[in-house]
Design a protein around this ligand. Sequence first.
Ligand code: GLN
Length: 444
Amino acid sequence: KAMLARIEAVDPKVNAYITVTPEEALAAAEAADRRIAAGDMTPLTGIPIGLKDIFVTKGIRTTCASKILGNFVPPYDGTAVAKLKEAGAVIVGKLNQDEFAMGSSGESSAFGPTRNPWNLDCIPGGSSSGSAAAIAARTATATLGTDTGGSIRQPASHCGCVGLRPTYGRVSRYGVIAYASSLDQVGPVTRDVTDCALMLQAVAGHDSMDSTSVEVPVPDYTKALTGDVKGLKLGLPREYYIEGLDPDVKRAMDEAIETYRGLGAEFVDISLPHTDYAVATYYLIATAEASSNLARYEGVRFGHRAEGAANLIDMFRKTRSEGFGAEVKRRIMIGTYALSSGYYDAYYLKAQKVRTLIMQDFLKAFETVDAILTPVAPTPAFKIGEKTSDPLQMYLSDIFTIPVNLAGTCGISVPAGMSTAGLPIGLQLIGRPFGEETILRAAH
Ligand code: GLN
């Protein structure tokens, strides 16, 4: 009840929620009370949790922040959501995001932009804008987001939260609306690292409903939170500490390095030589996969259908024209172009090869270091509207997070100080595949 009252009081300013579900939340809270009274509880029993609106939820409208899904009400819960419910979590609502998770600022939502609780004139980051803003605004205790190119880590950084993108295959994507299937992964946004470990614990593991989920045993993540980083070898990739890095971000990184040194961690200069190609590679692969995944929204099976069409093709065309926003259309066009015959070899296939080189950069680095320390974003949160007219500028804000997705590995964003303007700055720890314990330990 306190959380619902907080949402009612604060969310009109922040716009972190697309849908709030008070009735379902109160019923779940009562069920949690009964479980607790019976001594049958998990760390998440009774905890108010928000879900990015990309997670399909049984009986609850799921929009992916797009007009095209209209009032789509899914008939089932995805695996991560089902696991949270089984643990006794109380789902309080569905969170705002960039439309189909395409964006870095939360501004491409069909439900209006989310605002950064630290400064309402600034973006909270994206695409999991509501997942981070709700934590910062204290309108959820923990949330789930998805990260295709940085969409958990970057908003967590801009909102002063902890955000973890697990290794590809660590968490099931069953019941998560697909953006770029070879890059998408589910993960938590929380206030601190302990909560992050508990959330990952609840959702991680193999799932027969997602053939890309991997059968690697799930460790006890809270056991990794020892408080000890002595002897831990952290890599500093020279390609990430570039001229022109924002002075506030640079200072935060320098201070973090000093703090880790004081705690006994060791630093190693490393190189990830193909970093320069990451953004271009990502925007070919992500848009190609998106153009294919989004072909299913044609007005027949889900949500919105245009009125007054002359014939079937016209109905598809009108529905998609009305239903998708500008950024989604841009990406469908880029992706369709990159996949078209004659261009496939030059763009998509080439991008897949460069992706392998980027992956190999990381595997080589992990021969000498336990984790890699980098900034999350080149600048703190920018002003709402500042980059909307320049998509390329917007794409470049993911330069430090995108390589992790291309490599299929894990990364965590953790608060590392404030800018002179009073905005949070995060640092990123990148781990080897299924090395979540190591980055959780270093983040803690
Ligand atoms: N900002 C990146 C994009 O627009 C990443 C988004 C994401 O991780 N979902 O594609």
